[in-house]
Design a protein around this ligand. Structure first.
Ligand code: AMP
Ligand code: MG
Length: 362
């Protein structure tokens, strides 16, 4: 099954809001094994929404629109879907009653344009929305499934979890596939260097392997598609072993085991303790380490030795070393690490020195 997501809203194009709904839906669909090859974002314009829907309809089995179900003129998603599927919109009495009751409960006057929210595809049906006024709408026609979902995340997410995913799962039962990921975390080798070592593996289809550059590290994501988690894991295991064989210790962890967690876990296992001396990071390294569960066992603390005087006084860095090599140098970094290790009684001292905050205050 191939699905396509069409996010409708000029505010998305202007960058005023981030399309968190599409990300949420993409993740849920991936988990279900539904392929999403395209995602479209289009403004609140009838012609452009219609054009987007036509191209999606030509490519995908399932079209899922986000937003534009509200009562106002610029909410035109259902009108555009109806146009593309040559379908009528008809007033859905139960939806209208639900909206009327909602207004009555809130003690607010319902304006005429709110009736628009109860318009549903004549040959389709509404999707109940317990968290808002606008129901979603569903249409099966021309061998396609069109789902129209509301924009507000607190209405959208429950509808995805409570209706869309179960509905698609039910529809696909029998030939249901799941997607399973394994993320290998790599430090010390750049993305391009990694790629040259695993290029032949990247060409695979199931499982797939791709590299993702992150700040300070690179991730290798292995994704397998299979009818069950066990079968997916069996597809992933040999590829993971081969990647690990080629990259060796550069693969420091997997999945949720990020660098701080891995460092803390390794120290804990060995019964060792760590102290840090930081200059330009201003405590950032300590913050990273203390973000990992179990840090209190292994992390003693640190010194933020931003100025040379502190490097000298608190860490015992030789002033001659500072003037000969400058504070941003390997000899000073070594002296900082040694200083903090000795003064804190740690097994390991780690130091960072570099340039930051050199400009004039604005
Ligand atoms: P709409 O149904 O298009 O009138 O959208 C109602 C509200 O939902 C907007 O004002 C946004 O705050 C929010 N919204 C709409 N689309 C999205 C989206 N794709 N992701 C996150 N929030 C959205
Ligand atoms: Mg809108």
């Amino acid at each position: 099954v191939v699905a396509e997501i069409i996010s409708v809203g000029t505010e998305l194009l202007l960058g005023q809001i981030v399309d968190t709904n599409a990300a949420y839906l993409s993740e849920a669909l991936a988990e279900l094994g539904v392929d999403v090859f395209h995602r479209i974002t289009v403004g609140d314009n009838f012609e452009r929404v219609t054009a987007a829907l036509r191209s999606a309809k030509a490519r995908a089995d399932v079209l899922i629109t986000i937003g534009g179900l509200g009562p106002t003129q610029d909410d035109l998603t259902k009108e555009a879907v109806a146009e593309v599927f040559d379908e009528e919109l008809a007033l859905d009495e139960p939806s209208l009653r639900f909206i009327e009751e909602l207004f009555a409960r809130r003690g607010r006057r319902m304006t005429a344009n709110n009736r628009k929210q109860a318009l549903i595809y004549a040959g389709g049906r509404p999707i109940p929305n317990p968290h808002g006024t606008a129901p979603g709408a569903l249409l099966e026609k021309d061998g396609k499934l069109a789902l129209s979902l509301p924009g507000p995340p607190r209405e959208f997410r429950p509808m995805v979890d409570g209706f869309v995913i179960p509905y698609l799962a039910e529809r696909a039962s029998g030939r249901r596939m799941i997607l399973q990921h394994r993320v290998l975390r790599v430090v010390g080798i750049g993305e391009s260097a990694i790629e040259t070592r695993i290029a032949d593996l990247v060409a695979g289809v199931n499982p797939t392997l791709c590299t993702l550059a992150h700040t300070g590290e690179c991730h290798l994501r292995i994704t397998a598609k299979a009818p069950s988690p066990e079968e997916a894991a069996a597809l992933i295991a040999p590829l993971e072993a081969e990647v690990r064989r080629r990259l060796g210790e550069a693969v420091y962890g997997a999945d949720a085991m990020d660098l701080p967690r891995t460092v803390v876990a390794m120290l804990r296992k060995r019964g060792r303790q760590l102290a840090v001396a930081e200059s330009c990071t201003g405590g950032g390294l300590g913050a990273l380490i203390t973000s990992a569960p179990g840090a209190h066992y292994v992390f003693l603390g640190g010194v933020i030795s931003y100025q040379n005087a502190v490097k000298a006084r608190q860490l015992g860095v030789d002033r001659a070393l500072l003037s000969e090599y400058g504070p941003v140098s390997a000899p000073v970094a070594r002296a900082m690490a040694r200083g903090v290790r000795e003064r804190f009684g740690a097994d390991f001292g780690v130091s960072i020195t570099g340039m930051a905050g050199r400009g004039e205050p604005g």
